[in-house]
Design a protein around this ligand. Structure first.
Ligand code: C2O
Ligand code: CU
Length: 571
């Protein structure tokens, strides 16, 4: 008796101790101070908005299922919001971040304590500003390790490195954005692509600062790749090394090995790189994939280096300081892009959620670049003297000045309207070479999709050739979705679903809709709240290529919205 009592007390103490340890590591706090900082790139110095003075910003590290709090303090001059891209935030859209969708912005001097609830995510995600174009410099990595004491479903890497792609403007990014809004024209393209904040050897004044990854021969590296660029889908490769993709958007994938990857803004990819080459210096390189006809883009190459440590003992045969660049597909090689993109398959057992087979809510939506006529007496810089716009199902989303989530929760009328069309209002040959100009002008409105809790939703995104066919990386907040199909041409309601992959589709939060083609996604609407859906090319988002999903509360108490935090930023 005595013995077992002692044991019980011991166990109790052990239990309390581990609980304390556990909860302290499970509820981590971060302090994010949004502030200006001076950075020098491309031979000139400018002030940029950062978090804690860092560019790219600080990395958030958690284990699967953790909850963290980020204390955001806006010490800058601009309104801002922060978003945790790809974190589903079950029942908690309150701190999700998109400006005027789930909150009003944090004003200069303001604070907001944001709760980030991790659930099924495992791998790499990222956070970024979600107001105007501030995310150009305000972003960083989120690393989600497996649950404590469990392993990766692939060999344990010797080291892990975030690889974050970005874009750098010599000008103030906000000016670039405001100018494009005023003129109605295309915003100026960036002056450089960056890897971990650095453009690399091929740009002026960038050589010494270039990002270097030191490796040991024989070791395995996990690259946690994030495309935080504003407007560029990118090809990325490493000279002489193969890339094995094992995860995307914080879900594991069947390993695929390729010479290059293609990644859109919003997407993340976990890639294994085996340092199995001769000790030497090798380039990594990133360059745009841009398929649009006469669509301007940043046509230059960012580089970083892989340096083998044994290099010290090794004298390269030639003394040239620049190793050769790796192979990258041509900038307009749609085939190369989609051969890779469609090769990614989910790991069904890891992802727990089943692909919905019976669909209760069918949505087909066009994604188009459009124009609005130029107001009389003004001159506009968009196509044919008009103003650039973009739409989903012919509605160019008008961002309200009061957030939709609070309007929904507190029944405030006049902020948004229900009834986003579930089908294109005009059906035409979406991908025809030439289309009547009357189709160019969309409507303007703040129309949302409302679905019941537990609805099984299919969304087909149909690209159009209005103005120019383009690829669109469509992103949904609050969910990961199964990408059940991709195709070129027009989606065919009868035939296309016959080729769906319902066995091992990838589970993503951002899907690239191919130029003049379509992509179909499925998800279960089991997360009550207000969730933004938009193109992750910042140009298109500013022009109105977005809508909002409102998922209603379910019956059980676990299927209802959580109450709002006390410090919601005021409108
Ligand atoms: Cu990367 Cu609306 O988000
Ligand atoms: Cu787009």
């Amino acid at each position: 008796m005595k013995m077992s009592f002692g044991k019980e007390v011991f166990l109790l103490i052990l239990c309390c101790f581990s609980l304390i340890c556990f909860s302290s590591s499970m509820r981590r706090h971060y302090k994010f101070v949004v502030e200006e900082a001076l950075y020098t790139r491309l031979c000139s110095t400018k002030s940029i908005l950062t978090v804690n003075g860092e560019f790219p910003g600080p990395t958030i590290r958690v284990h699967k299922g953790d909850t963290v709090y980020v204390n955001v303090h806006n010490k800058g001059k601009h309104n801002i919001t922060l978003h945790w891209h790809g974190v589903k935030q079950p029942r908690n859209p309150w701190t999700d971040g998109p400006q005027y969708i789930t909150q009003c912005p944090i004003q200069p001097g303001g604070k907001f304590r944001q709760k980030i609830i991790f659930s099924s995510e495992e791998g790499t995600l990222w956070w970024h500003a979600h107001s105007d174009w501030i995310r150009a410099t305000v972003h960083g990595a989120i690393i989600i390790y497996p649950r404590r004491h469990s392993n990766y479903p692939f060999p344990q890497p010797d080291a892990e490195v975030p690889i974050i792609f970005g874009e750098w403007w010599k000008n103030d990014v906000n000016k670039v954005y405001r100018e494009s809004v005023e003129t109605g024209g295309d915003p100026n393209v960036s002056d450089a692509i960056t890897i971990n904040g650095q453009p690399g050897d091929l740009y002026p004044c960038s050589k010494s600062e270039t990002f270097k990854l030191n490796v040991d021969q024989g070791n395995l590296y996990l690259l946690r790749i994030i495309n935080a660029a504003m407007n560029l889908i990118l090809f990325f490769s490493v000279s002489k090394h193969k890339l094995t993709v094992i995860g995307a958007d914080a879900a594991y994938t069947k390993p695929i090995t390729n010479d290059y990857i293609c990644i859109s803004p919003g997407q993340t990819m976990d890639v294994l790189l085996y340092a199995n080459q001769e000790p030497n210096d090798y380039y990594m390189a990133a360059r745009a994939y841009s398929s649009g006809f006469r669509v301007p883009f940043t046509n230059s190459t960012a580089t970083a280096r892989i340096q083998y440590s044994e290099n010290y003992y090794y004298t390269p045969p030639s003394t040239s300081s620049c190793p050769p660049l790796p192979y990258l597909p041509n900038y307009n090689d749609t085939r190369a892009a989609f051969n890779f993109i469609t090769s990614i398959r989910g790991l069904p057992h890891e992802n727990a959620h089943e692909v919905p087979k019976i669909i209760t809510t069918h949505i087909v939506t066009t994604v188009s670049v459009n124009t609005f006529p130029c107001p009389r007496g003004k001159s506009c810089m968009g196509p044919n003297g008009n103003i650039f716009a973009a739409s989903m199902n012919n509605i160019s989303f008008k961002t309200p000045s009061y957030d939709i989530l609070e309007a929904y929760y507190y029944h405030i009328h006049g902020v948004f309207r229900k009834g986003f069309p579930k089908f294109p209002p005009f059906v035409f040959n979406f991908i025809a070479d030439s289309l009547p100009v009357t189709l160019n002008t969309p409507k303007r409105g703040t129309k949302v999709v409302v679905v019941k809790y537990g609805a099984t939703v299919e969304v087909v995104f149909q690209g159009t050739n209005l103005l120019s066919g383009l690829d669109h990386p469509m992103h949904l907040h609050g969910f990961s979705f199964h990408v059940v199909g991709y195709g070129f041409g027009n989606f065919n309601k009868r035939k296309s679903p016959m080729y769906y992959n319902l066995i091992d589709p990838p589970l993503l939060n951002t899907v690239i809709v191919p130029k003049n083609g379509w992509a179909a996604i499925r998800f279960v609407a089991d997360n009550p709240g207000v969730w933004f859906m938009h193109c992750h090319l910042e140009r298109h988002l500013s022009w109105g290529m977005e809508t909002v999903f409102i998922v209603k509360n379910g019956k059980s108490s676990h299927a209802k919205l959580l109450p709002p935090p006390p410090d919601m930023p005021p409108c």
